[in-house]
Design a protein around this ligand. Structure first.
Ligand SMILES: Cc1ncc(COP(=O)(O)O)c(C=O)c1O
Length: 329
C-alpha cells in the first residue's frame, strides 16, 4: 500500500533507487538488458529500466515499437522488423534519433550485453519528454529504447490441439492506425481480455466491409477447401513479418502438393468460416492452428497439415536460413 498523506515524505535519489529495487524484488521480471538513448547506455538491473513519466510515449501514446526474435544467439529477420519500424515512425511523424545502421548496432550490442541466446528483442521510439502537452514538447529529443526479454510464450496445447477464437465485439482500428505499430494497443488488449473472459484463446477483428482483419498481436490466414492459402490484404491490418515470410515459404508447399496456391486478398467472413484450416501467425506464436471460431469448428476441428508444415518451414528458417544476424557475445 502507498503511504498515507500524513506519512508522505520527500524522497532523495537514494530513496528512489531503493524503492525501484524493492518494487522489482516484489515483482521479479526477467528483463536481461535495456538500452536507453536517454540514459546514454545499457543497464542490466531491471529496477533501472525506466523512462520519464512525461515522455510523450507514456502520457499520450506517441511512440512506436517492434519485436524481433532471438534464436540460438542470432537475431531473426531484423531487417524486415526495421523496415516496419521506419514505416511506423513515418506514419507517426516521429524522427529517428540515429541512422538505421546505428539502430541495428545498438540492438545487437544490447543483446550481447544481455548474454541471452533465446528470447525476444523489443525496441521503441518515443518523441521524448519535456511537457504534458498534446503536441511533442518543443525541442524534445526522440528516445530509442531496447529491451531483451524471454519473449511471449503460449501453451503447448495451442500447437497440439489448436486454439479457439471469437469475433471480437471491439471495432478494428482505422487503417492508418492498424498498419502502424504504435504503442496504442487498447483495442488489441481489450480484444484479448474479452476472449479470455469468454473462455477462448483469442479474438479476431472484422472490418466494416465484413472482411477478416487480424488477431490481437498476430495475423490470421486460411486454407480454402480447394487448397489455396489466403491471407488478408495488409492495407487495413499490421503487416506481420512472420506472415510475409510464411507466405513466401508456403510456395514450397505447392511443390509438395500440400497447397494449390497462395493469395493475399480480401477475405469475406463467410468464406473464411468455410475454410479447411485457419492459422495464427506472429513472431511470438510462429504458426499455430485455430480449430474453432465462434463455437463452430474450422474444417474437421483438428489441426491441419498446412499449419504443421508451415511451422516446420518457419522454424527451419529461424535456425538455418539466410535472415540471421549473429551476435558477438
Ligand atoms: C496487431 C498485430 N498484428 C500482427 C502481428 C504479427 O506481426 P509479426 O509477425 O511481425 O510478429 C503483430 C505483432 O507484432 C501485431 O501486434
Amino acid at each position: 500500500m502507498a503511504n498515507t498523506t500524513q506519512t508522505l515524505r520527500q524522497l532523495t535519489a537514494a530513496d528512489v533507487l531503493a524503492s525501484l529495487g524493492s518494487l522489482r524484488a516484489k515483482q521479479p521480471v526477467k528483463y536481461a538488458a535495456f538500452y536507453s538513448s536517454q540514459l546514454g547506455g545499457i543497464v542490466t538491473d531491471p529496477s533501472l529500466m525506466v523512462i520519464p513519466f512525461d515522455d510523450h510515449m507514456v502520457h499520450r501514446g506517441h511512440g512506436i515499437f517492434d519485436t524481433a526474435g532471438l534464436v540460438d544467439g542470432k537475431i531473426y529477420d531484423l531487417e524486415a522488423h526495421l523496415d516496419r519500424f521506419h514505416r511506423s515512425a513515418e506514419h507517426s511523424r516521429l524522427a529517428m534519433p540515429m541512422p538505421r545502421a546505428a539502430l541495428r548496432e545498438v540492438i545487437i550490442a544490447t543483446v550481447a550485453a544481455s548474454g541471452q541466446r533465446h528470447g525476444a528483442i523489443r525496441y521503441w521510439l518515443s518523441s521524448g519528454p519535456g511537457s504534458l502537452e498534446l503536441s511533442p514538447a518543443a525541442g524534445a529529443e526522440p528516445g530509442f529504447f531496447v529491451m531483451v526479454f524471454p519473449g511471449l510464450s503460449y501453451p503447448e496445447r495451442w500447437y497440439t490441439d489448436g486454439l479457439k477464437v471469437m469475433t471480437t465485439t471491439y471495432p478494428i482500428k482505422p487503417s492508418l492506425y492498424a498498419v502502424t505499430k504504435s504503442t496504442n494497443y487498447l483495442p488489441n488488449v481489450l480484444m484479448q481480455m474479452e476472449a479470455k473472459a469468454s473462455g477462448v484463446d483469442n479474438g479476431v477483428f472484422i472490418d466494416a466491409n465484413g472482411h477478416v482483419g487480424e488477431s490481437s498481436n498476430m495475423n490470421v490466414a486460411f486454407v480454402t477447401s480447394d487448397g489455396v492459402l489466403r491471407h488478408p490484404r495488409f492495407d487495413h491490418i499490421l503487416q506481420g513479418c512472420t506472415s510475409l515470410r510464411a507466405l513466401d515459404l508456403a510456395r514450397r508447399l505447392q511443390h509438395d502438393g500440400l497447397l494449390r496456391g497462395v493469395e493475399v486478398c480480401d477475405i469475406p467472413v463467410a468464406e473464411a468460416r468455410a475454410a479447411r484450416e485457419m492459422l495464427l501467425l506472429g513472431s511470438s506464436v510462429k504458426v499455430a492452428p485455430i480449430v474453432a471460431w465462434d463455437g463452430q469448428p474450422i474444417g474437421d476441428g483438428t489441426p491441419g497439415p498446412v499449419s504443421k508444415a508451415l511451422l516446420a518451414l518457419l522454424e527451419e528458417d529461424m535456425r538455418t536460413g539466410d535472415r540471421l544476424i549473429p551476435v558477438m557475445y
